[in-house]
Design a protein around this ligand. Structure first.
Ligand code: HEM
Length: 460
């Protein structure tokens, strides 16, 4: 038995929702499992019940793996929850008070301010930049070249976010940003399970501060460039620099920095992971890959795809959606309760953390027959319409659902269609690539492929 965490655990109300409880070690609870094998712990929770309680240092953590319980956490009781401590404390060290980490009124204000940049018309207008930057990358490879397609996707999605949202060329900073981001995420995960103060002079704290400083260099440089050449360019940066509050005051450079850092990081890493897993799965499923190549050849005939082509490229989207079912880039989301609140059979107490294992829901055998099998037919329009809400939620749910949802899907769709026309990727490493559960779910060690030329871009 472990000693009871500080808050009392209310007895669960019996009912159709399966409640489960995991025991942990004295004092630390499930901390070691969390540090060593986080996905294993999620899977153990999903096997044990729809909502499972386990001890973690001084508090209880709950893990939801049933779609039925999702609304109580993410949709209906917004006033009862804030983001969980990992993101709130350590994420904030990197992202400041941007949209992902802001709470309450500040969050509502920021969401309203940024909404126009993510309206469907605006996103459609980004289509040519998305496809154009993809063509540029596709044209830079040689036939037979070895590539880490996971790293390539990171560079590409970072360049796309930079150009579409900030009208900035950050392609050259991709390596710096990528490295600093990985350090930031490793730090966040580490601190989540070992919450040491940020102010202690620890080597890890110093490395984190240096990573933030490197990212700040990039972001403050972009802000300075734009302040030096003011004017509305119709992008997010213009919206931020021109925003005025009720007293006519503008945003400080620090506020703008937090928003940009958030969009830059949230807006490229997740989409890049979705794409890396998509290419990995395609390389393992030649029939699905052949069908993709046939679809793009037939619809595009060598042309660069536009947003108007996308409805005629349904298989390309199905492949991406199925990849995000098996490997959801945001595989978990978590909140901390600020007041007692009921979730199904349990009353969660203040300071207790509740997470949803998105990956766990996506792999439930009662919702997804043969859940481990890659089967893009699960995402035909008819199948999607028939599916209850929250069975599939790669972008979260409720008022804090991903603001970049449509941006990401359009971007990934255009990238897959563009690259499938020009190149075929053959996996050059053992096929059992492991997921690495940092803040997002990355393919550990990358995805190493040989790029085999298909057809060059048609001349205009
Ligand atoms: C496949 C790609 C993506 C996935 C899987 C993804 C997933 C998610 C998820 C699950 C959340 C909710 C987190 C929570 O509940 O705590 C979220 C929030 C967010 N995402 Fe994404 N995202 C993706 C792409 C993007 C893109 C392209 C952008 C911006 C260009 C973006 C910006 C954000 C922001 C700013 C939030 C915070 C929203 C808020 O709290 O109001 N994401 N994302």
């Amino acid at each position: 038995m472990h000693p009871a965490p500080s808050s009392p655990a209310a007895a669960p109300v019996p009912g159709p929702v399966r409640f489960g409880e995991l025991r942990g070690l004295p004092v630390v609870g499930k901390l070691l499992d969390f540090r060593r094998d986080r996905l294993g712990l999620h899977d153990e929770c999903a096997r044990t019940g729809d909502i499972v309680r386990f001890p973690m240092l001084t508090r209880h953590v709950y893990c939801i793996s049933s779609p039925e319980l999702v609304p109580a956490l993410l949709v209906d009781n917004q006033d009862a929850f804030v983001k969980a401590p990992g993101l709130a404390t350590y994420g904030r060290a990197l992202l400041g008070d941007g949209l992902l980490t802001a709470e309450g009124d500040r969050h509502r204000r920021e969401r309203k301010l940024l909404a126009p940049a993510f309206a469907p018309k605006r996103i459609a207008a980004y289509g040519d930049v998305m496809a154009g930057l993809t063509e540029r990358m596709a044209a830079s490879w040689r036939d037979g070249q070895g590539l880490d397609v996971a790293a390539e996707m990171m560079h590409l999605t970072l360049a796309i976010v930079g150009r579409t949202l900030f009208d900035a060329d950050i392609g050259g900073d991709a390596a710096v940003v990528g490295e600093a981001l990985t350090e930031g995420m490793e730090f966040m995960i580490d601190r989540l399970s070992l919450p040491l103060p940020m102010t202690w002079p620890l080597p890890s704290n110093k490395r984190m501060a240096a990573a933030v400083a490197r990212l700040d260099d990039v972001v403050f440089r972009i802000i300075a460039e734009r302040r030096a050449a003011p004017g509305d360019r119709g992008d997010v940066m213009s919206m931020l620099l021109e925003a005025r509050d009720d007293d006519g005051g503008g945003m400080t450079d620090r506020d703008v920095r937090d928003e940009i850092m958030t969009l830059m990081l949230a807006g490229h890493e997740t989409t890049a992971n979705a794409l890396a897993w998509t290419w990995y799965l395609l390389s393992q499923h030649p029939t699905a890959y052949d069908r993709l190549c046939a679809e793009v050849d037939q619809v595009l005939g060598g042309r660069t795809p536009t947003v108007a082509d996308l409805p005629r490229l349904p298989w390309a989207l199905q492949v991406i959606e199925e990849a995000m079912r098996l490997y959801p880039p945001a595989y978990v989301t978590a909140r901390m309760a600020t007041r007692p609140v009921r979730i199904g059979p349990v009353e969660v107490q203040p300071r207790e953390v509740v997470m949803v294992t998105i990956r766990g829901i996506h792999r439930r055998p009662d919702l997804w027959p043969e859940p481990a099998v890659f089967r893009p037919d699960r995402f035909t329009e008819a199948a999607k319409r028939a599916r209850p809400r929250y069975h599939y939620m790669p972008f979260g749910a409720g008022p804090r659902i991903c603001i970049g949802n449509h941006f990401a899907l359009q971007e990934a769709h255009l990238i897959v269609a563009t690259l499938a026309q020009r190149w075929r990727f053959r996996l050059m490493q053992p096929a059992d690539i492991e997921p690495e559960p940092l803040v997002t779910l990355r393919p550990r060690g990358g995805v190493h492929v040989e790029a085999i030329a298909r057809r060059p871009a048609a001349r205009a």
